[in-house]
Design a protein around this ligand. Sequence first.
Ligand code: PMV
Length: 306
Amino acid sequence: MTSAFGPGKVILLGEHAVVYGAQAIAGALERGVTAEAVPAPRCRLQVPQGISALVRKQLRCAFDAAAEATGRPPVEVRLTSDLPISMGLGSSAALSVAVSRVLAEASGERPSRRRLGDIAHAMERCFHGTPSGLDHACSLSAGLISYRKAPGREHGSATLLSPSVPLELAILLVGARRPARTTIAELRVRKERWPERYARIFREIGRISAEGREAIEEGMLEGLGDAMNVNHGLLSALGLSSSALDAAVHGLRQAGALGAKLTGAGGDGGAVVGLFSSRKQAERAVVRSGLPGFTSTLTGREAARR
Ligand code: PMV
């Protein structure tokens, strides 16, 4: 039996704007998806229980793309995950990275990161339509990255960042949300109607990501926190927040977060992230929120499972 792990991701700065070419910053979570491959008569997926018909269809499409790309090795792939799904925490990218790696290895390959990225990107299309590639770039890097996608190009470029101090995060799950592709498509309609206004906001988000990146490299957590707060305001201006997301963000700030924002596609639910000075403080904020949630540390080294 072989197995592979794909970490989930949290976007600290730049979601949505990244689709239009702005820089984004994201880090790999300690939580993720594990894919195990056991010998079987043919290449197949053991479909997890309790998923919706839509997710099952997307999963079959994604698995088929990876199986096709790796010559359909005779294994059954079994998935386990400690990552909430459809919450903006990169569960589909984590799954795509874990499955790409386990199938490529089962075929006798020693796949490069580029090769895994190609397979994972093909899988991600089944879940997201036209993803920016940020999610699986982050999962593949297993670290903290700055990412930029050139518009019209399939692949973006990721740079691994080295924060001089660890980033202690609290992640709260605010509730079910519409599919990310719907939220992204609705934003695209608004952007096409009022292109200049929306382009200005995307540009500003890109600048804030660049400032946040500098703050990370200099260990200026307060500067990063402020960038996250302002980024949340701009996501709100883009129509991507909700009263429940706003309340969770404010709760995290009251609990001492240096900065807090929605993370991922947002819309009517999903997740929020808060930056704290210590893991203890982050853990206390999760408990105090009364919402389901967890903590994770971004160190810049490869995400270690705790
Ligand atoms: O699927 P989510 O919620 O992690 O959103 C992905 C982030 C977006 O920037 C909204 C889309 C993308 O492809 O980058």
